[in-house]
Design a protein around this ligand. Sequence first.
Ligand code: ADP
Ligand code: ZN
Ligand code: ZN
Length: 794
Amino acid sequence: MLQTIRTESRGFAAGPLGTCRADWLRARRHRAKSFSPPAAPAKVIRWLANMIVAVHPLAGFDKVLHYRAPEKLCAGIAVGSLVRVPVVNRFTLAVVSQLDPTPDCPVEKLKNVAELVYPFPALTPELLSLARWIAAYYAAPLDTVIEAMIPVSVRKGLALKIEKRLAVARELSVEELETLNRRAPQQAKLYAFLKLQLHPVAKSLALERLKVGPSSAAALVQHGVLREIDHRIERVGYGDDLGSAEPVAVIPPELNLAQKAAVESIRASGAKGGFAVHLLQGVTGSGKTEVYLHAIADMLQGGGGAVYLVPEVALTPQTVARLRGRLEQQLGQRVVVWHSSLSEGERLDGWLALASGQARIVVGARSAVFAPVRDLRLVIVDEEHEPAYKQDETPRYHGRDVAVYRAKLAGAVCVLGSATPSVESVNNMRRGRYLHDVLPTRIDDRKLPRMHIVDMRHEIVAKRATSVLSRLLIDKLHDRFEKKEQSILFINRRGYSSSLLCQECGYVAECPHCSVSLTYHRADETLKCHLCGEVRPAPLVCPQCHSPKIRMRGLGTQKVEEHVARILPRAKVVRIDTDTMGKKNRFREILGEFRTGKIDVLVGTQMIAKGLDFPNVTLVGLVDADISMHVPDFRANERTFQLLVQVAGRAGRGDLAGEVVVQTFTPQAEAIQFAKQSDFDGFIEGEIKLREQFRYPPFRHLVHHVFRGDNAEKVLWVAEQWKKRVEPLLAGAAELRGPSPSPIERVQNEYRFQLWYFTGSVVKVVGVLAKEQREFPWPEGVSQTLDVDPMSLS
Ligand code: ADP
Ligand code: ZN
Ligand code: ZN
């Protein structure tokens, strides 16, 4: 396979970006002149004569190797260059990590770098340092980190899309034309056509239009009458998919005072130069996006680049459209949109545009944090509290935390925005590490929606049955339908319905040691704490009120949709869930129909709660607030609070005031009460105290170690052996808890047990664990993974 890759990229290296190497070198020299002092001449000469480079191969082994760069490649090779090198008897891709290192063997023995894949570095020195940090912090092999940074199409050196074009090279005399007309009328026709054109014409188009065969064109090219030009077509990746809403060019509104202050404060950090983090806290609809856009425009004027992260591009088509409208249509700046449904070609071209400096702005989800933006000056993380920023496979990095670290390495300004900042970020702000900018009110002083909390325990008593929708919610749905206003109902799908909750009194079984819900295990009818291992029999009736209704059940979107359809038979009710999301254009279609008022009630999971901005929505219902609150996770309260605020943020965004109905069995819960008052400070105060008391993050870091295998006893035994081995090594550095069964004990026939490390120093603990992982005699049939700063405790 490597062989084919090689030939592919050989062909490609011939003319990337449509510029020749000499052009590129000239540009490089020019840059060097304007950006850094010229290097000492002696060094340059040595460089050109014979350069030694250290590289990280991307071949599944974590090692630095040394090579000699042949003279013809010397000038093009830099730290971060993607090269092909011989390893044993094959070729592999590698990233140059150092120029002129001291090699570990005599220089004569070094092999040559075989090929320079791109004439510019694939990773900047800053990205390379970032990769090293990620590897050390998140316990991931360096090569997998580098692979995560460079998209696969780039690594494969995928062919660029080249279009053949034709133009007249030499004009024919009258006699020549006559001869041609007689001898080869087809050729004459093609010549006559091209002679009339102002620009080269696509060959396929010309031949097809004139019904002329390719041999005619070939003959004319051979005789020097026509010339064939390779024109590189850029595949611009807005995709035909979810991230592709049309750009909307709106004239930038006059900023209000709070927005101005925020933009000014970000500008001041930028002007000072160097690293700074701003926590931009603004209620939903307060104009945060507008602040980002101004900050980007500012930074562009200074010649820098920007990374703009959103939790999920497909779910924020409106933001992407606004960004493109403002920057592309008004400022003429290309925006690279980075999302999961790009084709490989689009990804490659977007990446090349950034790496070569043709584009300076990227907007995308998590992995866009690695985009090769040059001269990075600004990093924006919208909805910084979102758990979607955490990657759930190796390397298990947190996009927000990596964004902050990248900004630090680049000496750039980082803006973390949210209506409900994470406890981590608020804590950093309070300790003076982050600056704080606040947008306290909605634009035009629009009111935040009024929130009604419905106590579902009373509903049960009143109706003598479990109900899906409360009477209040039903009344309000009717009301909105009559008034031709729109409603959204959210179903909570985060977490799992494996806790015990009494539907009559709201009792929830909690671990006395860990302040998290106990998990109900059906197999042996027990309640377990998956943090500390506490086990007790599951009660059959509520210990508090003796009711037998002590099981929690999740609701499906379909069930809710059916209920609403029954209540409002004349209304158009549409459901959005993972099924709909899977279908390519369906999501966008539904949003379009909703916007134009064809849909009265939209039913969906909270994943659609982000970023949607529909002015005619005046009612939002959260059907089951409890699901996220009683999951065995110390972040459960935080998540619930965020969810409530986010969901409420969808209502009343236009001129009409909005209302929110929250259904719950535990209305007294703090997350719900504070959300009702929109009291972020009040909520966070209590939450930080609680975290401090239990010494949960951010007061210590958490490392999650999961052991898996099909033999439960064996998995548990291995976890215990492992603990015995590492516990003494970590004495004083980490507190261990477990092994205990995972809340979802069995996944795809594998049993899962987990260990927790609570620590103040991740790097130290990960260092020890990574070393022991390499040396531990892992038995067959048991696998394990480490997750640093996990966002989900399952
Ligand atoms: P957020 O990101 O905080 O939810 P947005 O930036 O999306 O808020 O702003 C909400 C709405 O208000 C958008 O439609 C936006 O165009 C508009 N908007 C933002 N700032 C202003 C302003 N200063 N004047 C008028 N309208 C504004
Ligand atoms: Zn009870
Ligand atoms: Zn416990």
